[in-house]
Design a protein around this ligand. Structure first.
Ligand code: FNR
Length: 362
């Protein structure tokens, strides 16, 4: 048990656990099946070490960067995570205000507990909208139009969720999901509250499992927003994504909630970066808990990272202020890491600043 205020992001997880009912905490924390990938997402970072450079003038550190032309105070964004009301009554509105105060981009989840309109009116943060495609395609059309009308700047199409991964904590807890407000009036499904995970029950009825590469053309035809593809883990898919003309690739295994025994994302980042050949930005998520993790992802070629669980733990523990604190902790740690590695700007961070297991085998 912790005395006083948390001093790092991991300690926010403990506060969140104390603050939340078990069902809610388990929803945020859990991964798929054996949770091998869940552990690995974090553990793989611990096998990457630094090659710090010395006697560089680090009297001023500039962490700023830009994504699709939008300036960020640091290369750390907010990943789309569902149902923030399970963490805090103000839900995504608090998260969006925290994103604005942190000068970063928030990706709003398709499965948000607040509406697109509520989130848009709650802050000036640059926001992207994360999309799932249901068999009922008119739902995507409607939601994309609403996101555009409300000033969202890009679409993040999540492609690793044709079906929902088997999250056994949610099955055991019989997870009851609050209403997904954006879907009100668009969708009617019956969910049996005694039958296991409510989220699984919903997904299995509505997800379009036929979605494939050809549908990117369809998505482009219904929007003028740039499209990023979230959930790429191989060079093959990275090349396909570039071919079909997406604006960015997001290396992600959905926080280990989908296919268990997918590799830790940090272990496949370099493969994807090499396949993309600089044609579009590569964004990274999965297991970021420290500023050192952010630095490692940048060294392996990511333009920015996104954080999922740490944000909801901050929200659960302290609401908007908790999210701001989590983002600030990561930024402070990144700044220190840059100083101690001899990198005054993010452009100074190179592949030669880290040492991975594959380097050891070479
Ligand atoms: C997610 N993630 C996710 N992704 C997405 O595209 N749409 C979604 O609705 C959700 N929902 C969601 C809920 C919760 C509770 C978690 C933990 C994750 C995945 C998320 O965007 C991101 O890929 C991971 O969270 C990154 O890993 P970390 O930072 O949680 O380790």
């Amino acid at each position: 048990v912790m005395a006083g205020e948390p001093v790092n992001v991991n300690e926010f997880e403990e506060l969140a656990r104390e603050a939340l009912p078990k069902m809610n905490y388990d929803y945020f924390r859990g991964g798929a099946e054996d949770q091998y990938t869940l552990k690995e997402n974090v553990a793989a970072f611990q096998r990457i070490l630094f090659r710090p450079r010395v006697l560089v003038d680090v009297s001023s550190i500039d962490m700023s960067t830009s994504i699709l032309g939008y300036k960020l105070s640091a290369p750390i964004m907010i990943a789309p995570t569902g149902m923030h009301e399970l963490a805090h009554p103000e839900g995504e509105m608090a998260t969006a205000r925290a994103a604005a105060r942190s000068n970063t981009i928030m990706v709003l989840s398709f499965s948000s507990s607040k509406t697109i309109e509520e989130v848009a009116s709650s802050s000036q943060a640059v926001r992207f909208y994360q999309l799932y495609v249901y068999r009922q395609r008119d739902i995507a059309v409607t939601l994309v139009q609403r996101a555009e009308r409300n000033g969202f700047k890009a679409l993040v199409l999540t492609v690793d969720t044709a079906r929902l991964g088997r999250r056994e904590l949610d099955i055991r807890n019989r997870l009851v999901i609050p209403s997904i407000r954006n879907l009100e009036g668009l969708l009617s499904v019956e969910i049996d509250p005694t039958a296991g995970s409510g989220l699984e029950a919903l997904a299995s009825q509505v997800m379009d499992t036929s979605l494939n590469w050809k549908d990117i053309e369809w998505l482009k035809s219904i929007t003028s927003l740039p499209i990023l593809i979230k959930g790429v883990l191989t060079a093959e898919d990275a090349r396909k994504a570039v071919e079909v003309g997406v604006a960015g690739v997001i290396v992600s295994n959905h926080g280990a909630r989908q296919l268990d025994y997918s590799p830790a994302t940090i272990n496949v980042l370099e493969e994807v970066v090499q396949a993309v050949e600089g044609k579009v930005p590569v964004i990274f998520d999965g297991g970021i808990r420290r500023g050192t993790d952010v630095f490692k992802a940048l060294a392996l070629g990511a333009q920015a990272v996104m954080v999922g669980r740490p944000v909801v733990y901050g929200l659960a523990a302290r609401g908007e202020a908790g999210v701001v604190r989590v983002m600030q902790m990561l930024k402070d740690e990144l700044e220190l890491t840059m100083a101690l590695s001899g990198c005054p700007t993010v452009k100074d961070i190179t592949r030669r600043h880290v040492f991975t297991e594959s380097d050891r085998l070479r």
